[in-house]
Design a protein around this ligand. Structure first.
Ligand SMILES: Nc1ncnc2c1ncn2[C@@H]1O[C@H](COP(=O)(O)OP(=O)(O)OP(=O)(O)O)[C@@H](O)[C@H]1O
Ligand SMILES: Cc1cn([C@H]2C[C@H](O)[C@@H](COP(=O)(O)O)O2)c(=O)[nH]c1=O
Length: 208
């Protein structure tokens, strides 16, 4: 059986990385071979591009350059990790993917969905997730979680002001509206175990 691609999306600090790991562990425990990965990143080349994208001053890159860097990283990641894993029947749990591009470089950055989808299709060969879980959380709580984790050293995106993060949240809400079948909202409040329970309920039907 071919594998599945599940992506976790949402603003900074909502708990995507935590839940990607927990989902991968749960699937493995169910006898479903799964791998957790992230974007930008996931392969040595894509991780090097991640370092370029996330490091340095806020105005280091124009939004067009960001979109091209993200696409270059995705091309390597899809070709060398995601597609081989799916072909081997593994489930791929990816922390951020297409919808982050549409939210950060699109909704917030101002590039059109058409341009970004073209770039995505070139980079990924038209790959779409089977299911996208959009984690949503009160802005103050996500900022608290991110600050506690980053210890006062946020990256180029995390360092931006509260208004930026509110616009990103709005862009993810727009993604939920635009693709209500693929993109499902997950309440990210409460303990990690509570959030995991909500995620399992959405993923379980795909196991049948
Ligand atoms: N449900 C939870 N309750 C409290 N803290 C949590 C919860 N889930 C995750 N955390 C903690 O919050 C911080 C941010 O979580 P995590 O790194 O998983 O978020 P993220 O969405 O991947 O963030 P980013 O997009 O900024 O990388 C971590 O320190 C993590 O341990
Ligand atoms: C995939 C993708 C990511 N980004 C931004 C969004 C985040 O600020 C960082 C990734 O770091 P995190 O630890 O996962 O928060 O990259 C982006 O702007 N565009 C994208 O397509």
């Amino acid at each position: 059986m071919a594998g599945r691609l599940i992506t976790l999306e949402g603003g900074e600090g909502v708990g995507k990385s935590t839940q990607a790991r927990l989902l991968c562990d749960w699937l493995s425990g169910q006898g479903t071979s799964a791998v957790a990965t992230r974007e930008p990143g996931g392969t040595p080349g894509a991780e090097a591009i991640r370092g370029l994208l996330l490091g340095g001053s806020e105005d280091r890159w124009s939004v067009t350059t960001e979109a091209l860097l993200v696409a270059a990283a995705r091309s390597d990641h899809v070709e060398r990790l995601i597609r081989p894993a799916l072909a081997a029947g593994k489930w791929v749990i990816c922390d951020r993917f297409l919808d982050s591009t549409l939210a950060y470089q699109g909704g917030e950055g101002g590039l059109s969905d058409d341009v970004l989808l073209n770039l995505h299709d070139i980079a990924s060969g038209g790959l779409r997730p089977d299911l996208t879980l959009v984690l949503t959380l009160d802005a103050e709580e996500s900022a608290r979680r991110a600050a506690a984790r980053d210890g006062g050293r946020p990256d180029r995106f995390g360092a931006r002001d509260a208004a930026f993060h509110r616009r990103i949240d709005a862009a993810f809400q727009a993604r939920l509206k635009a693709e209500p079948v693929r993109c499902r909202q997950v309440d990210a409040s409460g303990s990690a175990e509570e959030v995991t329970g909500r995620i399992r309920a959405l993923v379980a039907p795909l196991l049948q």
